[in-house]
Design a binder for this molecule. Sequence first.
Ligand code: ADP
Length: 244
Amino acid sequence: MIVRPDYLEIRGLTVTFDGFVAVDHVDLTVFQQDLRFLIGPNGAGKTTIIDALTGLVPATGYARYGATDLLGRKPHQIARLGIGRTFQTASVFTELTVLQNLDIAAGAGRSPLSLLRARRGVPPQVAEALETIGLSRASGQLAGSLSHGQKQWLEIGMLLVQNAKVMLLDEPVAGMSADEREQTGALLKSIATDRTVIIVEHDMDFLRAWADSVTVLHGGKVLSEGSVADVQADPKVQEVYLGS
Ligand code: ADP
């Protein structure tokens, strides 16, 4: 058996809003190279799980990345531990260029002096991220002028230069063209080779094309888990989610 120490392990994760249990004792283990999709009807608790893992809402249970406990920390602490997330609407600096966005992300937490030094050239990790996200030729373009898909890639690039080891992506391909979806699938697949990636997604074609494994949530609980074929064949999933 391959030893994979860097994995996300969640046990009994529970989030309650004023007595309403939005996430109910969820267990989830995600290894590197396992492109995990999190699906489920609206209100199933998908985004709340990501919010809990990134310190935006309080949760009980435990969540560990390798040896590091994630719960009970503030969002900026979680980010510094290498847990990155994207939102459905890409949060890039539209008035700055692609390169400037990546520079800022790479410099987050660094001293102004080291930032000044970094400006003399494109730091290697920024150049590498530009290549990975396919935006090398657009590096001088204003982020605001990018297509919706390119903005999502830039946001993923910003997580790469921050050295995020866990990426939690909320509906990354929503609103993308078929070509952009295809490129995003390949990008996420390559990222997942040495990172832990969880994707919340509604697009079933995208899921069938790219998911290694799927966790289906319903009413805050894990309803089913396994390969795409496993969960599609699960009568519980057909009943509550796929509908047919
Ligand atoms: P999903 O992402 O699967 O659509 P969410 O995680 O957004 O579901 O929401 C799960 C449940 O928790 C929903 O019933 C939602 O209304 C509720 N919820 C989410 N955030 C809050 C909040 N801040 N306050 C109260 N209820 C919330």
